[in-house]
Design a protein around this ligand. Structure first.
Ligand SMILES: Cc1cn([C@H]2C[C@H](O)[C@@H](COP(=O)(O)OP(=O)(O)O[C@H]3O[C@@H](C)C(=O)[C@@H](O)[C@H]3O)O2)c(=O)[nH]c1=O
Length: 181
């Protein structure tokens, strides 16, 4: 497993070691011991989520506030997405900055997104199956969000605006400057 810290402190790209043979491939998609040693902290994941999306679907930019804040370990089971994490830690020197990482069933990359970040992705393949672990349970009342095209963050979503598909909620999320943090 190769672990690389991104320009956003505490946010990591994880590349599992993949074994190939005449049957196909094998890899450890999560190993708590190695994972904690690599990121230097304890993480107790309590919920796994899976979503499937059509090309152009943007699910973003989401987080939970306060005691319900979630760290997430995200990956793609099938297809290809651009995954985005935005630093919303108020005291962070990189507040408002983002990283974007292509995740696919081919590259098998994962991203660890600590608490204090907003997270989202766009589906670049015809369909994508997305999977992630969370270290805190879903709590509807604690949901926060920032609109995906906030000009102050200025994310390049790689597809033209008329190809982007949003939920009603995501279409009406506030800009970062008005968000509940
Ligand atoms: C996130 C979530 C949603 N739901 C329900 C609520 C709703 O009826 C339905 C769909 O929810 P959403 O539209 O919020 O799903 P989605 O837009 O996929 O939300 C997710 O987006 C990605 C980017 C994240 O990072 C996640 O934390 C989560 O916010 O599923 C749960 O039951 N448990 C959960 O943990």
């Amino acid at each position: 497993m190769k672990v690389t810290e991104t320009k956003l402190k505490g946010c990591y790209i994880i590349e599992p070691r993949v074994y190939h043979d005449h049957r196909g491939c094998f890899f450890e998609s999560f190993n708590q011991q190695e994972f904690e040693a690599a990121i230097g902290e304890k993480v107790d994941f309590v919920q796994d989520n899976q979503s499937c999306s059509y090309k152009g679907v943007v699910r973003a930019l989401h987080y939970q506030v306060g005691a319900y804040a979630q760290a997430k370990l995200v990956r793609v089971l099938r297809g290809r997405v651009l995954d985005v994490a935005v630093d919303l830690r108020k005291d962070s020197p990189t507040f408002g900055d983002y990283i974007a990482v292509e995740l696919s069933d081919e590259n098998k990359k994962q991203v660890f997104i600590p608490k204090g970040f907003a997270h989202g992705f766009i589906t670049l393949s015809e369909t994508a199956e997305f999977f992630y672990k969370c270290d805190s349970f879903y709590q509807k009342e604690a949901e926060g969000g920032v609109v995906y095209n906030d000009p102050d963050i200025n994310i390049d979503w790689m597809l033209p605006k008329d190809e982007i598909i949003l939920s009603d909620r995501d279409a009406s999320l506030p800009k970062l400057k008005d968000a509940r943090l």
